[in-house]
Every structure is written in structure tokens, then in C-alpha cells.
Design a protein around this ligand. Structure first.
Ligand code: ZN
Length: 105
């Protein structure tokens, strides 16, 4: 049975791991080597340590950014490429493991 914790508890734990004054996302990219699924020059794919659903991944820039307008075209393309890759894998794994029943209209 999974342990349920509040969002605040999860954020407090992530903040503690990141270190005082460090951006939470930059802290994850720097510290989550165990859950790191893939890392390109610009983007990291990390399996969430505090998932809202099993298999939740986070796709993060390797550098600090606070606004979408700060993300370069190259970074957007890499985010898109890795999002599609990992969503496809998760979808395939879900179908294999859970054999979901499809409904019709
Ligand atoms: Zn950051």
C-alpha cells in the first residue's frame, strides 16, 4: 500500500533535498541521479519521487528558467521529442501491464 503524504510534505522534502535557496527544479536535476531516466545536453527526464500517479515523469531543463519565454527553440524541440518518447513508452507499458478495456460510443 503506498504511503500518502500531502503536497506540502512533498514540497518540503524536495526543498530540503535541493538545499536552502536553490530552485526546486534545478535541485531535482542536480540531485535525482537515481531516478534520472534520460539526459540530453539541454533536458532531463526524471521519474517523480513523489508521484501523483505511477510512472509520472518530469521533463526539466538542465538550466534554470522561470518563464516559457526564456526557453530556446532548441530546448522546446528537445522537450517535445522526449515528452513524446516517454509518453509513448508509458502508454505501451500501461497497455501491456493493465490490458485496459476500451469503450465504444
Ligand atoms: Zn531552476
Amino acid at each position: 500500500m503506498p504511503q500518502l503524504i500531502s503536497r506540502k510534505q512533498a514540497l518540503d522534502e524536495i526543498s530540503k533535498q535541493a538545499g536552502a535557496g536553490t530552485c526546486l527544479v534545478c535541485g531535482l536535476v542536480k540531485n535525482e541521479q537515481v531516478r534520472l531516466l534520460c539526459q540530453s545536453a539541454e533536458v532531463s527526464v526524471i521519474l517523480s519521487g513523489y508521484p501523483r500517479f505511477w510512472g509520472q515523469v518530469m521533463i526539466c531543463l538542465n538550466r534554470h528558467a522561470e518563464r516559457y519565454s526564456e526557453i530556446t527553440e532548441s530546448e522546446w524541440q528537445e522537450i517535445s521529442r522526449l515528452s513524446l518518447q516517454y509518453m509513448s513508452r508509458r502508454s505501451a507499458a500501461h497497455s501491456r501491464c493493465c490490458k485496459p478495456v476500451r469503450t465504444c460510443m
